[in-house]
Design a protein around this ligand. Structure first.
Ligand SMILES: Nc1ncnc2c1ncn2[C@@H]1O[C@H](COP(=O)(O)OP(=O)(O)OP(=O)(O)O)[C@@H](O)[C@H]1O
Ligand SMILES: O=C(CO)[C@H](O)[C@H](O)COP(=O)(O)O
Length: 406
């Protein structure tokens, strides 16, 4: 459902300015929008205007999800969409190579669509897709802002099959817009539009193991070419992608296990959910006692564990100068139905009923990471996003009721 009724046939493909909303009647407000478009032939800009009417309970909430390529963004998005119910699909009747996924509640756009240089252009200029110079942050900002303000946009498409920039597709404002990709928190203007942000921090060892699994086993690439591609991306990854984790409200860090000495297989994982304190509408999950430092081995009569077992830890830490709470799981589950035992010891999960985390995990046993902390923490973050969304809606509704009383 669109966030606003837009009384114009125009959609945004260049820039627009929107006035501060004025209240009209119960639950609704109006904004004056000025559209600017420029003609390529004459280089002239022209302006036209429209009034849009929005209902406060449908304003778009914007979530940012950052990670390098092949680090589990799509899997995370499938888990998030599942929390809201319904399946996510590419826009109907649109470009078959569209990167967008739409469900009843969420629209996920891939920021690769804001590459300003196509594959050949990057090669000619000698820049990678991770380099900000290969991306159009002005357009990204203008379009995410427009959607947040209830205006449809004509978003470009980067075609991963051909490596070309395809004609744009129409994106209507959803209830929740997720912007996923390499740079959702790179540009401060875009960052400031985010209601919540997540960074998937996959250590080099694990990234390599996953790449081999996918690109070698499923896509027929050679070990040497995978190594070369990781090495070639690394300087730009370190310069432009990795630093974004300092801005994230939640980071899912994936590391090799500490339960097996010198493990280099990358199959058993140690996963840390780093949750920033003091974020509006987000209260970190905790184990046993909020704010304490806890170490817990749940294996025994109630949880079956084969070698090397499972270890949970929880406690306060500092992360890039911010106070955070960290929940850690090292190891993997033998029997996913027994996860309920772990779930019953976690608090602040924002579930709607007892056992919802376990139920979500059991729904998707075929997704990668379903038996370890990656799947568990992605599911928990999905539930926290649902909770954040509901809190934002109810806070807006309260503000409106108060405003209409005044
Ligand atoms: N939690 C996990 N455990 C094990 N392997 C995983 C996990 N998450 C992802 N992978 C591996 O990484 C591959 C890529 O995952 P996914 O498609 O979710 O990542 P992505 O960031 O969306 O990738 P891309 O940006 O390249 O499309 C999967 O096919 C799988 O092999
Ligand atoms: O890092 C990436 C984003 O996930 C891709 O490498 C980037 O989008 C370029 O795409 P392609 O390799 O198809 O030219």
């Amino acid at each position: 459902m669109a966030a606003c009724t837009v009384y114009t046939t125009q959609s945004l493909n260049s820039t627009c300015s929107i006035s501060t909303p004025t209240k009209t009647h119960m639950g609704f407000y109006q904004k004056h929008v000025v559209f600017y478009s420029s003609s390529k032939k004459t280089s002239k800009r022209s302006a036209s205007s429209a009034v849009i009417t929005c209902s406060a309970d449908t304003q778009t909430v914007v979530i940012g999800l950052a990670a390098d390529s092949g680090c589990g963004k799509s899997t995370f998005m499938r888990r998030l969409t599942s929390v809201f119910g319904g399946a996510a699909e590419p826009p109907r009747g649109g470009n078959p190579d569209s990167n967008t996924l739409i469900s009843d509640t969420t629209t996920v756009i891939c920021l690769d669509d804001y590459h300003s240089l196509d594959r050949t252009g990057r090669k000619e200029k000698g820049v990678t897709a991770l380099d900000p110079r290969a991306n159009d942050f002005d357009l990204m900002y203008e379009q995410v802002k427009a959607i947040k303000d209830g205006i449809s946009v004509e978003k470009p498409i980067y075609n991963h099959v051909t490596g070309l920039l395809d004609p744009p597709e129409l994106i209507k404002p959803p209830k929740i817009l997720v912007i996923e990709g390499l740079h959702p928190m790179y540009d401060q203007r875009v960052r400031d539009l985010l209601d919540f942000s997540i960074y998937l921090d996959i250590s080099n060892e694990v990234k390599f193991a996953w790449k081999i699994q996918r690109d070698m086993a499923e896509r027929g690439h050679s070990l040497e070419s995978i190594k070369a591609s990781i090495e070639a991306r690394k300087p730009d990854f370190d310069a432009y992608i990795d630093p974004q984790k300092q801005y994230a409200d939640a980071v899912i860090e994936v590391l090799p296990t500490q339960l097996i000495p010198d493990d280099n297989e990358g199959k058993v994982l140690r996963v840390r959910l780093i949750m920033k304190e003091g974020v509006k509408f987000f209260s970190p999950v905790y184990l046993f006692d909020e704010g304490s430092s806890i170490s817990w081995i749940p294996c025994g009569r109630k949880l079956t564990c084969s070698y090397p077992g499972i270890k949970f830890s929880y406690g306060p830490e500092t992360y890039y100068g911010h106070e955070v709470s960290v929940l850690e799981m090292d190891g993997q589950f033998d029997r996913l139905d027994e996860l309920i035992y772990v779930e019953s010891h976690l608090s602040n999960l924002s579930t709607k009923f007892y056992g919802e985390v376990t139920q979500q995990m059991l729904k998707h046993t075929d997704f990668p990471g379903s038996n370890n902390g990656t799947g568990l923490f992605q599911t928990i973050v999905g539930l926290k996003i649902r909770d954040l969304f509901e809190q934002i809606l109810s806070s807006r509704a309260k503000t409106l009721v108060e405003a209409t009383k005044a």
